[in-house]
Design a protein around this ligand. Structure first.
Ligand code: NAD
Ligand code: TYD
Length: 336
């Protein structure tokens, strides 16, 4: 089978590409990525010479590039990770989120329909459901209520994908996962940002009261779930993916500081993110019951592995935070 992975140079995409090459040595993986600020070829250095792997630099918003790539490699299925993925950036500048996440997904769906792709997996997020109060969890039937430009753009993409299934019979499956953590996560996101800052004894910027809750899943478990959805997922269905692992931000940060032996005095409460969702929690019983997936990595082990990876791969994140990232950091945190 030839699998087109879009956005394979990002955090989850690069973990997925490696997982698939290891697990299915017969399959061909084509990684189509624009190499935005978040796309990093270094993430895939160890497999770039694998004869079953191909990299194509391209933009999902460019119809010709998409069509050429899908045809050239006789693509059977598409897994669409390509997106602008960071909520804070979507608040600083929503336009590129609308362009890539909505228009780009629209182009992929249209070309997939014309060419007759056998399965299209849209990688979505639990953020499409909005924010929870103290109780309850998101199920696949929870009404969509996105609150940030990022989550609104992802919701739009989900609706387009479902419409292509309903109207044209394109075999679409959607996965909606909670917050991921693990190796190769760009240091704008909570955990790697806090690890990098703590390492340099810089303040750790905690938004608001630090009591916002996220449900954390180790990235490899997400990759396994996507593979299950790709192979076994029913067309037209949505599958929630989560680790049953809720943490208030401040508690996760304190745990992290304890593990790396840094003082809590590094914590700095800063002005809240506008429109900040309070709590996410996923009910993953559908994919567990219907497709037999369940998380395999405990939070204790996953966090330990992640911290170890960042400590052993200091060059990787130092190269990132010494570039354009500095302007971004100044803009977002400078006057906070
Ligand atoms: P990321 O920002 O690390 O990577 C995104 C990748 O997409 C980069 O390699 C980038 O170069 C590429 N890309 C961006 N625009 C493109 C375009 N126009 N054409 C081609 N490639 C393009 O993101 P991530 O954290 O790995 O997230 C991947 C997907 O998973 C996203 O769709 C995101 O919404 C979803 N998701 C992420 C999380 C999470 O916790 N990170 C949770 C649930 C769902
Ligand atoms: P993030 O990693 O941006 O993921 P998302 O907003 O998509 O869930 O943020 C996770 C949580 O951490 C979220 O509640 C916002 C909070 N946060 C901070 O408190 N400080 C920070 O510097 C960042 C990046 C996030």
């Amino acid at each position: 089978m030839t699998i087109l992975v879009t956005g394979g140079c990002g955090f989850i995409g690069s973990n997925f590409v490696k997982y698939m090459l290891e697990t299915y040595p017969e399959d061909i993986i084509v990684n189509f990525d624009k190499l935005t600020y978040a796309g990093n070829l270094e993430n895939l250095q160890d497999i770039e010479k694998n004869p079953k792997y191909h990299f194509v630099k391209g933009d999902i918003c460019n119809r010709l590039e998409v069509e050429d790539c899908i045809k050239k490699f006789n693509t059977d299925v598409i897994v669409n990770f390509a997106a602008e993925s960071h909520v804070d950036r979507s608040i600083l500048g929503p336009a590129v989120f609308i362009e890539t996440n909505i228009a780009g997904t629209g182009i992929l769906l249209q070309v997939a329909k014309e060419i007759g792709i056998k399965k299209f997996v849209q990688i979505s997020t639990d953020e499409v459901y909005g924010s929870l109060g103290n109780d309850g969890k998101f199920t696949e039937t929870t009404p969509l209520h996105p609150n940030s430009p990022y989550s609104a753009s992802k919701t739009s993409a989900d609706l387009l994908a479902l419409a292509y299934e309903h109207t044209f019979g394109l075999p679409v499956v959607i996965t909606r996962c909670s917050n991921n953590y693990g190796p190769y996560q760009f240091p704008e996101k909570l955990l790697p940002l806090m690890i990098a800052n703590a390492f340099d004894n810089k303040p750790l910027p905690v938004y608001g009261d630090g009591m916002n809750i996220r449900d954390w899943l180790y990235v490899k478990d997400h990759c396994i779930a996507i593979d299950v959805a790709l192979r076994e997922g029913k067309v037209g269905e949505v599958y929630n993916i989560g680790g049953n692992n809720e943490w208030a931000n401040i508690n996760i940060i304190k745990l992290l500081l304890k593990i790396i032996n840094k003082p809590e005095s590094l914590i700095k409460y800063v002005k809240d993110r506008p429109g900040h969702d309070r709590r996410y929690a996923i009910d993953a019983s559908k994919i567990e019951k219907e497709l037999g997936w369940k998380p395999s990595v405990t939070f204790e082990i996953g966090l330990e592995k992640t911290i170890k990876w960042y400590l052993e791969n200091e060059n990787w994140w130092r190269r990132i935070i010494s570039g354009e990232y500095q302007q971004y950091y100044q803009k977002l945190y400078g006057n906070r």
